[in-house]
Design a protein around this ligand. Structure first.
Ligand code: GN1
Ligand code: MG
Length: 379
């Protein structure tokens, strides 16, 4: 995970990375503003998220425990809009599942009825803590790739009849027309004089401009429908039931928006199937593992098959190329822009990422016929 501020914004990253030093007293003051049942026993930090600051609120006795999060409003400028998206989506899912308290998140409102608590510049939100659950950090086996596909496939299947447009909380997130607008502006400005040195990398992007725009035109025309997308489909965002081992639900709904559901599949393929690292310096290590592709697709389609239209099935394999291409563009654009969006560990980091993601894209292009065959067989 990287730390980022709104792409194209001028805010310093410092604002995003500012450490979260919070006393128990301050946390208690915030917690008391939520409509929690029972009395609070303790409030403990959870995980090491770079985006939000997360805490578990433990209650005394039998009352439920809660998750309380300080939402990063530099990443999410419209926290009320984001919370309203999460509310709409989770309410929809709850009407359809057997166990509405475990099969999706349950938001807990503030005592004043709002979906968040405001504390100066900060926004806090809360949901029920779902007990007896497990998460995984890495999808390093076919079995886990399959389960990841089930998790996102099921999330989308439950929302296949959700038609209300959601708030666009990150502008043009996977909209390549918008990305090319940013791209053209960044190249024209060339703010730190890096464009000349990456002429070859720029040509990788330009060579695919028409092809990617042609795909996106199908989304714009409605040929490929707009649905609810999760937008952060990594395995650690899938919650498993500890007792049964089954997929329970998709969590971290901060980025839910309306777009083509293919993007969620494509982004998962980009991360699950890569034999190397996203920022591998050793390009020989990078490439798409077609068996992992097949496993993820199998899990995903086991849930989605019935709710997908023909155009979605036809373009499903391509979505992996689309999202990986977009990532090449975004990393390279950030490099040219002077590394303002993604957090970097060293000077050439974004360029290393660009090259590694480009190698992955090439590997997908090489194996594209096999990917299409797999989808045809499974869909
Ligand atoms: C960011 O922080 P993380 O890993 O959830 C980015 C994704 C990129 C990804 C690249 C809001 O996601 O779009 O694909 O980095 N999220 C945002 O690793 O920009
Ligand atoms: Mg995320």
């Amino acid at each position: 995970m990287y730390i980022y501020c709104a792409e194209g914004a001028t805010r310093p990253l410092r604002a995003v990375t500012e450490p979260c030093s919070m006393t128990q007293e301050r946390l208690m003051t915030i917690a008391r503003q939520f409509a929690f049942e029972g009395d609070i026993a303790t409030i403990e930090p959870l995980g090491e998220g770079f985006i939000n600051d997360t805490f578990v609120v433990r209650s005394v006795g039998d009352a439920p425990d809660y998750i309380m999060q300080r939402k990063n409003h530099h990443v999410f400028p419209d926290v009320p809009g984001m919370m309203d998206n999460i509310r709409a989506v989770t309410e929809h899912i709850k009407r359809k599942v057997q166990d509405p308290l475990r099969e999706t998140l349950t938001l807990v409102r503030a005592r004043d009825g709002r979906l968040y608590v405001e504390e100066g510049d900060n926004f806090w939100a809360s949901c029920l803590y779902i007990p007896r659950t497990v998460t995984y950090e890495r999808a390093d086996s076919r079995a886990l790739a399959y389960q990841g596909g089930v998790g996102i496939g099921r999330f989308q299947a439950l929302l296949a009849d959700f038609t209300t447009p959601l708030n666009e909380t990150i502008k043009g997130f996977h909209n390549i027309r918008w990305r090319f607008e940013q791209w053209d502006a960044t190249l024209a400005a060339d703010p730190v004089g890096r464009a000349e040195g990456v002429a070859e990398e720029i040509s990788w992007v330009e060579a695919r401009r028409e092809q990617m725009m042609a795909f996106w035109s199908r989304v714009e025309s409605g040929e490929i429908p707009t649905r609810v997308t999760h937008n952060d489909t990594k395995i650690s965002n899938i919650l498993f039931d500890e007792d049964s081992g089954e997929v329970l639900c998709a969590i971290d709904l901060d980025t839910v928006m309306s777009s083509t559901s293919l993007n969620d599949f494509g982004d998962a393929i980009r991360s699950y199937t890569n034999r190397g690292a996203e920022d591998d310096r050793c390009l020989e290590s990078v490439g798409m593992d077609i068996e992992m592709f097949e496993a993820y697709a199998e899990g995903y389609l086991s849930q989605r098959r019935a709710t997908m239209c023909d155009s979605e099935k036809e373009w499903l394999a391509f979505s992996a190329r689309y999202i990986t291409f977009e990532q090449v563009l975004r990393f390279l654009m950030d490099y040219i822009d002077g590394d303002r969006y993604y957090k970097t560990a060293y000077a050439e980091h974004n360029l290393v990422r660009t090259r590694a993601q480009y190698r992955l894209l090439q590997s997908m292009e090489e194996q594209y016929d096999a990917m299409c065959d797999i989808i045809r067989r499974l869909a």
